[in-house]
Design a binder for this molecule. Structure first.
Ligand SMILES: Cc1cc2nc3c(=O)[nH]c(=O)nc-3n(C[C@H](O)[C@H](O)[C@H](O)COP(=O)(O)OP(=O)(O)OC[C@H]3O[C@@H](n4cnc5c(N)ncnc54)[C@H](O)[C@@H]3O)c2cc1C
Length: 422
């Protein structure tokens, strides 16, 4: 059954109601397009709300050059993309929804505490409604039909009366997300649908996730879940990152660990060692640390000495012994080396579904400058379903918003080109 608005000439289908899709829908509606958002779940923005649980870090206030560098190999692309919806625009957009933001000490941008994520989403959905955007929830995209059509299943009734629709939009935006936290709707089930077109999709891999370590049963029992504050870590010989990490039953987690997932993944993929080196006293030079360690009297308990002289209380002594059973009897030089480069062998990364984001997705080679699929003109791709990754710190949502804004411009240019042909 065909189900396409009468004003077909400007009808744009946005598939996926996450931040990337909703921002694209907003921009298109503001430009006068007839926009329908098709979302498989009962409500839009489920992962957006999950992101809000841990602090709702919308973006980051650092300078644009450094910001773009967070996208690793895609830095040049994001240097451009960020200009189409910058962190400043994001803040103005939030203000327009009645949500004031502030810049935290780390440069991260958050809504002020009084505003809950659900409030922002509610205000946004209301604004989209005022702009004329129709949001059809429980509508699942099933695949392509012909050169421009889409197959969608209306699941809003009972399963046995679900009906299939065929849409004929003038342009389509796919914003179906990555493949973590499947319960939010980002299940990666779209991959075979685009691969059928011959579109290259890089396999998904966990990004911004915990690292697994084969702790002994004794260590798990004794250390439990405990923070290691003010430390620095690096992967093999890579650059060091400062912050706080958490020892967990399965290994390690925390912002610096998440930020190192690309390097850990690469090391694990080559079968080589994936060693995290922890510097437990990054503020002391090796010489200063050695001077302090030389003050230890023979026979003094290592735990007491570390706690009193270096302010390294539990779980540090247990961790040192886990990695080096002879830690208590090491000479000062060897102990200093251990404290400033404690090697932790990472055996794997946490499962994809637990990851904050996913690496992999539609390869940039498969899209043009406007993020339009080369294999299917008129179909654009935005957000996490593209193959990019970035650390936590607001770079993920900002990347989704910026790609959403950019594909909306691409659709407008495409519509214009189609009109010129006619
Ligand atoms: C625990 C957690 C914390 C996070 N914290 C932050 C943070 O503080 N800051 C930050 O920047 N980022 C954070 N993120 C990441 C951020 O939430 C995501 O990067 C972002 O939501 C991705 O947006 P998107 O629009 O690309 O995809 P998604 O938000 O995943 O949306 C995709 C939508 O497409 C729908 N869909 C999928 N398949 C179909 C289909 N066949 N038909 C119709 N609809 C379909 C899905 O149901 C979903 O609603 C966090 C993520 C998690 C999991």
């Amino acid at each position: 059954m065909a189900e396409t608005p009468r004003d077909n000439a400007s009808f744009v289908a946005v598939v996926g109601g996450g931040p990337a899709g909703l921002l694209a829908a907003q921009r298109l509606a503001e430009a006068g397009c007839r926009v329908r958002v098709y979302e498989a779940q009962a409500t839009v923005g489920r992962k957006f709300l999950v992101a809000g649980h841990g602090g709702f870090n919308l973006s980051n206030a650092e300078d644009m050059g450094r910001f773009a560098s967070r996208y690793g190999p895609e830095e040049p692309r994001f240097r451009n993309l960020l200009h189409h919806f910058s962190p400043l625009e994001l803040r103005a957009w939030a203000t327009g929804l009645g949500i004031e933001t502030f810049v935290g000490t780390s440069g991260r941008i958050f809504p002020v505490a009084a505003h809950k994520p659900a409030e922002l989403l509610r205000a946004w959905v209301a604004q989209l409604g005022e702009l004329g955007v129709e949001i059809l929830t429980r509508h699942r995209w099933l695949g392509f039909v012909g050169a421009t059509g889409l197959r969608v299943r209306d699941e809003s009734g009972r399963p046995e009366v679900a009906r299939e629709l065929v849409l004929e939009p003038v342009a389509t935006i796919l914003a179906l997300g990555g493949a973590s936290w499947a319960k939010t709707g980002s299940d990666g089930a779209w991959v075979p649908l685009v691969e059928q077109l011959g579109v290259a999709v890089t396999s998904f891999a966990p990004a911004n996730c915990g690292a697994e370590v084969a702790w002994s049963a004794f260590f798990k029992e004794k250390a439990g879940r405990a923070p290691l504050k003010n430390m620095a870590l690096r992967v093999n010989d890579g650059p060091a990152l400062r912050g706080e990490i958490m020892l967990t039953e399965y290994g390690l987690e925390g912002t610096p660990v998440y930020a190192k997932t690309p390097q850990l993944r690469a090391a694990l993929a080559t079968g080589g060692p994936a060693n995290l080196h922890l510097n437990l006293k990054p503020d002391l030079t090796p010489e200063a640390l050695l001077t302090k360690l030389r003050q230890r009297r023979p026979g003094a308990s290592l735990s007491d000495f570390l706690r009193k002289t270096l302010h390294l209380g539990p779980p540090v002594p247990t961790l040192l012994r886990e990695v080096q059973p002879e830690a208590a009897t090491l000479d000062p030089v060897a102990l200093a080396a251990l404290l400033q480069a404690l090697p932790i062998a990472v055996t794997g990364l946490r499962p994809l579904d637990e990851a904050i984001s996913t690496a992999g997705g539609i390869a940039f080679a498969a899209v043009d400058d406007h993020l339009m699929l080369r294999q299917r003109p008129g179909t654009f791709v935005a957000g996490e379903m593209l193959d990019w990754e970035a650390p936590t710190g607001g770079y993920l949502l900002q990347g989704c918003f910026s790609t959403g804004a950019w594909v909306a411009k691409g659709v407008l240019a495409w519509q214009q080109a189609m009109r010129n042909i006619r």
